[in-house]
Design a protein around this ligand. Structure first.
Ligand code: GLV
Length: 309
């Protein structure tokens, strides 16, 4: 019985170390190195290479190494009987909330523009907006969205939220479903997307969505690249409907050289770092699920295949 860590980047050693520290008795293998494939019962994955899951004849479950699991559910090798689990982690939620707060404040005080001015030796005071005058609209009110709303609320922002189906209890206005989308958007000066990527949300940040926002609204996508129709964003920026955007995720990552976002003065870019799973914090919950799987006990943070998250 063993676990395999399957990812395509340079972070595997850190994860293996965290597994060893948490429980040296459990065998955890690196997908990229030779290991007994038949021993592996659970795979812990992050953007795993296509075809990797089918190499494990005794695989019984797949655990994501982050909050989003779209890349797992899209895998044609994923068997219907395999439970899929994701990470719900207090650091992941707090880090996301802090990133959003930092970016909203930077936008209100136009800090990115001053960076550009500095690089050109330009002294140019600009008008600014206050927290009290801005409503942040959160699309998606899962663990991350709710943490963001708490921090933004504590900082003095008004928030509103939109969810696709269920309406969670909240001390700010929450709109639900297709009929709630337009009124939600109409009140969002800053739109922050935290939705999971599913067939229903693919391309939801599109021309119609932008049209329903207040003139000059700001967009932040911290969820998944394909939620955004990139050409529609460029169009909305060019037409002045949106005053700017902050993007942490992209349809293609790394963002290819020559992509129009790189040079766009109104588009802030970060390389998918808004909130990054910390192995030391996340590994205990993966191991708890692994032990539960072996004992036939209840698994936590199970993903609904129907909902896609
Ligand atoms: C990050 O993108 C995650 O899904 O955890």
């Amino acid at each position: 019985m063993a676990l395999a860590v399957i990812r395509n980047d340079d972070k595997t050693p850190g994860w293996l170390e965290a597994f060893r520290e948490a429980d040296p008795q459990i065998a955890v293998y690196d997908y990229a190195r030779p290991h007994p494939k038949e021993a592996v019962t659970m795979a812990a994955v992050w953007k795993h290479p296509k075809g990797s899951l089918s190499q494990y004849p005794n695989l019984r479950a797949v655990h994501g190494l982050g909050a989003g699991v779209d890349f797992i559910l899209e895998d044609p090798d994923l068997r219907p009987e395999w439970p899929v689990m994701r990470v719900t982690d207090p650091y992941l939620a707090a880090d996301m909330a802090e990133y959003i707060l930092a970016q909203v404040l930077a936008y209100l005080r136009q800090l990115p523009d001053y960076q550009i001015d500095k690089s050109r030796t330009v002294w140019r005071p600009r008008p600014y907006r206050r927290i009290a005058d801005v409503t942040v609209g959160l699309m998606g009110l899962g663990t991350l969205g709710r943490a963001a709303a708490r921090l933004l609320g504590a900082a003095g922002f008004s928030c509103c939220g939109w969810t696709r189906s269920t309406t969670p209890k909240a001390d700010f206005p929450v709109f639900t479903g297709p009929q709630g989308l337009k009124p939600f958007l109409a009140s969002a000066d800053v739109l922050v997307c935290l939705l999971p990527l599913t067939p229903q949300t693919h391309g939801i940040l599109n021309r119609d969505t932008f049209q329903a926002l207040p003139q000059g609204a700001y967009l932040m996508n911290v969820a998944r690249g394909p939620l955004l129709v990139e050409e529609h964003l460029l169009e909305a920026l060019a037409g002045g409907k949106l005053s700017g955007a902050c993007l942490d995720v992209f349809a293609q990552e790394p963002l290819p050289a020559g992509h129009p976002f790189w040079d766009h003065p109104a588009v802030q870019i970060t390389p998918h770092i808004a909130s990054v799973s910390e192995p030391g914090s996340v590994v205990p919950q993966i191991l708890a699920n692994y032990r539960a799987l072996l004992k036939g006990e209840k698994l936590h943070n199970l993903v609904s295949r129907g909902l896609g998250y």
